[in-house]
Write a protein that binds this ligand. Sequence first.
Ligand code: FES
Length: 134
Amino acid sequence: MAAGSGDEAGDAGGASWRLIGPASELSEKRCRLMYSPLGHDADVCLFYVKGEFFAMDARCAHSGGPLCEGDIEEADGVLQVFCPWHDYNFDLRTGKSGTTLEQQVYEVKLEDGNVYVKHAGHLSLKPFPADQKT
Ligand code: FES
């Protein structure tokens, strides 16, 4: 898996394991957008590629492009998402790119058939009401 196992409680920077949903459903799509109550800039992508889940900030570090809509390619064993706006690539595991830009990535774990993402805030597969006001 893309993530660690073991520690149940969140510790790093106040992050906690957030239950996202059943792996059987989440693996049906290559990418799901997980909404943050903090607004669009804090949304997170949940990718499912080659049998693994990866979580990464959804807005590209360059100019905010929607990474969920990007192409995914593997080069030299490295899975990368290519931003649909200017084609910058980011390593799904590390968030690093061929540039100085870097995406924030988050740990993912599977437990009892459910996907969890370690994140400081709540994440939801549906938009939060606050998002709909703007
Ligand atoms: S916004 Fe993603 S590469 Fe420019």
